[in-house]
Design a protein around this ligand. Structure first.
Ligand code: SF4
Length: 454
């Protein structure tokens, strides 16, 4: 079957699906097409963003300085205590190490840094160059761990090993080396939160809800987390998995090894936040928790409803495009935008799977374009074709919006505003509304003009 999508690389055509028009199965979970400048980062970056928020660990990049600079302070992950995670340590591999090997440099760096910073654990990220020259990072980590008495964990995150999602998996495998090291019995009515990285303090908002419900949080993976919490994560009774793209794999591994079930969750938007809290309450099947959850949700919704109504009146009839990392976020955003009168005309993700895209298709309206692992050319094309008013994405999508004269909302890990939970929904709606109604757009009507003339 030939798919008519002029200007789109032929290998990409089945990764772009228009609801109500196309009938094929959307292709996903594949390596990026050659020639398509994917918005995805490398596998190393995938590992780095997952482990980075562990605030009392040493994060050492074993590679060229560029890998460390590229991921320095990569998330706006806040800490309620130590700030060690915010320093990007690197072995700075150069020509000499490429020829003679980098193990000596790695060993020395680990001893010096552990002595100086006294971390609770150390993660050593294996980058492209370390993988190519074949350093035995595992052996070095083992030796240093024995002599320093802290966990020293290699992260198999060679940039070339696959997609960003393979980097997520490598990070999850490294976390599994910590989980279970703590001792003690299972903790009643307790959970771990997987896949929240405490961007702009979001984990604190979510934790507050669970505390009000009477649910104990053992570990947050990895937002504002401590190594000791992670060591004890196997003592929780349920894993609540928010960022499915990065952490579902860990949820599955913990289920297999420790028999801990997991539920999928999203704390973006009213509906999904409420559903996630109810799902946890239902899991414990405890009447007191159920009652507290119901009362918490109705109080929170009553508080924000009037303001959301005012915002909806201003945004009604506008449209938006979104391109984010994981599919759960995309699904939640479509619903959250609908809540304030905005229709999603383009929805894409870097790491969605077939199941995720089925849900995304169901939640979107006819005519919405759904894209997997897109690139700037495709995104720009659909932003113009759909005459988009607002683009939601991250640091790599922002310039596309600005160049095309479109309002932009940052929903990625660099953002500084909390967008999770009920209060996050208000922040999101306010930001979207401020962008859409800014008087600046009357000065950039060239985009619309060009489009209509074309
Ligand atoms: S692709 Fe390789 S060299 Fe580039 S940042 Fe990733 S790990 Fe470093």
């Amino acid at each position: 079957m030939s798919i008519d999508k002029p200007g789109i690389l032929s290998d990409r055509k089945k990764q772009i699906f228009e609801k109500g028009v196309d009938s094929f199965e959307l292709k996903c979970e594949k390596v990026s097409t050659a020639g398509s400048v994917s918005q995805r980062a490398c596998a190393f970056c995938g590992s780095r963003v997952v482990l980075y928020p562990i605030v009392d660990a040493l994060h050492l990049v074993h590679g060229a300085i560029g890998c460390a600079a590229y991921t320095w302070d990569i998330r706006g992950s806040l800490s309620s205590g130590p700030q060690l995670h915010r320093t990007s340590f690197c072995t700075d591999l150069r020509e000499k190490e490429v020829i003679y090997g980098g193990e000596t440099k790695l060993r020395e760096a680990l001893y010096i840094l552990i002595q100086e910073h006294k971390p609770s654990a150390a993660f050593v990220y294996i980058t492209c160059i370390a993988g190519i020259i074949g350093d035995d990072v595992t052996a070095v980590c083992k030796e240093v761990q024995k002599n320093t008495d802290i966990p020293v964990i290699p992260v198999q995150s060679e940039g070339f090993k696959g997609t960003k999602k393979d980097g997520y998996k490598a990070a999850c495998e490294s976390l599994m080396r910590l989980i279970g090291l703590g001792e003690g019995p299972s903790i009643p009515l307790s959970i771990n939160i997987l896949g929240d990285f405490n961007i702009a303090g979001e984990i604190w908002v979510i934790k507050k809800y669970f505390e009000q419900m009477g649910v104990t949080i053992v570990a947050t993976l990895t937002g504002d987390s401590r190594v000791d919490q992670i060591k004890n994560a196997h003592r929780a009774q349920l894993n609540v998995v928010q960022c499915a793209g990065s952490m579902k794999y860990l949820g599955k591994m913990m289920q297999d090894k420790f028999n801990i079930p997991f539920v999928n969750a999203s704390f973006f938007g009213i509906e999904d936040t409420a559903k996630s809290l109810y799902d946890v309450a239902d899991f414990f099947n405890d009447n007191a928790i159920k009652n507290r959850t119901k009362s918490l949700i109705s109080t929170e919704i009553a508080l924000i409803r009037p303001l959301l109504g005012e915002i909806k009146a201003k945004c009604n009839g506008k449209n938006a495009a979104l391109y984010v990392g994981g599919a759960f976020k995309a699904i939640s955003l479509v619903k959250a935008l609908r809540h304030i009168g905005i229709k999603t005309v383009l929805a894409g993700t870097q790491t969605g799977n077939a199941q995720d895209y089925e849900v995304l298709k169901n939640v979107c309206d006819n005519g919405t374009v759904i894209v997997d692992d897109s690139n700037p050319v495709e995104l720009s094309r659909y932003l113009i074709e759909k005459d988009v008013n607002l683009f939601i994405g991250g640091v790599k999508e922002r310039p596309l919006a600005y160049k095309l004269g479109i309002g932009f909302c940052d929903h990625n890990h660099e953002r500084k505003i909390c967008l999770a939970g009920f209060e996050g929904m208000v922040n999101f709606a306010k930001e979207v509304c401020a962008s859409l109604t800014s008087p600046v757009w009357k000065f950039v009507n060239w985009r619309k003009k060009t489009h209509h003339e074309a």
